[in-house]
Design a protein around this ligand. Structure first.
Ligand code: GUN
Length: 283
């Protein structure tokens, strides 16, 4: 019988911890602010940004939203980021991706001050993650590690397979597993005999972006399966990268979609914003 990893419960425990800290700071008249920039009308991005704003309200942060039209130029966007970098009362800056094709994402990420880069996307923060000496944790991978910790799932010495090599999830996920002494393989679209590899996985993290891509024949009995995907199935229903209904009975633990990794990403963003405040105020 598998156990469901409840991302809502774990994320609530993280957010409650942060809320308690925010309340203590508020008693001294101190406030924490996250600036969230969204460019254009991507409907998924709009949902993510709204959820980030709701989480800010929950933990007691101020959220400032900058919703810019898709005609915004790169230099206009970077000017806004520079203003936010210079404001002492803004602790974290997040620019929701993807950006319109006319804007170079790398240039925008590079413009955010590493001290306010609560996504941990900048080259500086990614470098710190590589050497295991980080201020900001990459939100989705950190959320996965937090869930594993909550359920006392030890990854040390375990065979872990991460499917996907994106800068946002796959690569930093592999690093965090490695820092926790897992044996890590990264699979991707050119991997040969994927099922052979995943069948050896004690811990399987799916971050491919393809609906129900991971099927039961790819799973080791008793595996822990973490689904980072957020897709729509053939009926338009929200689903992950894992074919949950067929896979779950082979697992010891599995995350649902929705209600698994998604809420954790946002909780870890709140944690990074609190950390940013502490770093900027030397506490
Ligand atoms: N787009 C998809 N996921 C993310 C994320 O974690 N942060 C930002 N800024 N954009 C995203």
């Amino acid at each position: 019988m598998y156990k469901l990893i409840d991302g809502k419960e774990v994320s609530k425990s993280v957010k409650d911890r942060i809320k308690a800290q925010t309340e203590l700071l508020a008693k001294e008249g101190k406030k924490i602010t996250l600036a969230v920039i969204i460019v254009g009308n991507d409907s998924a991005s709009r949902v993510y940004v709204n959820n980030k704003k709701k989480a800010c309200e929950y933990v007691g942060f101020i959220s400032e939203e900058y919703a810019l039209p898709d005609t915004t130029t790169q230099s206009e966007l970077i000017s806004l980021i520079n203003e936010l970098n210079d404001r002492a009362d803004v602790n974290g800056i997040l620019c929701q991706l993807p950006l319109p094709k006319t804007i170079d994402e790398k240039a925008v990420i590079a413009a955010i001050s590493p001290k306010k880069d609560v996504d941990a996307f900048s080259a500086y923060n990614v470098g710190k993650i590589m050497i295991g000496d980080y201020d900001f944790l990459p939100c989705t991978p950190a959320g996965v590690m937090e869930m594993l910790k909550f359920y006392n799932i030890d990854v040390e010495g375990k065979n872990s397979v991460v499917i996907g090599r994106s800068n946002i999830v796959g690569k930093p996920m592999s690093m965090l597993l490695l820092h926790s002494n897992a044996t890590v393989s990264i699979a991707h679209s050119r991997t040969k005999n994927l099922a052979e590899l995943t069948k050896g996985a004690d811990i399987l993290v799916a971050a491919v972006g393809k609906a129900k891509f991971v099927t039961a024949d790819m799973i080791k009995d008793g595996a822990v399966v973490i689904d980072v995907g957020m897709n729509r199935d053939e009926n338009g229903k929200l689903c992950g990268d894992v074919d949950f209904d067929n896979v779950c009975d082979k697992c010891s633990y599995i995350t649902p979609v929705p209600g698994g990794v998604g809420p954790m990403t946002i909780a870890m963003l709140m944690q990074n914003t609190l950390k940013a405040y502490y770093l900027q105020n030397n506490c």
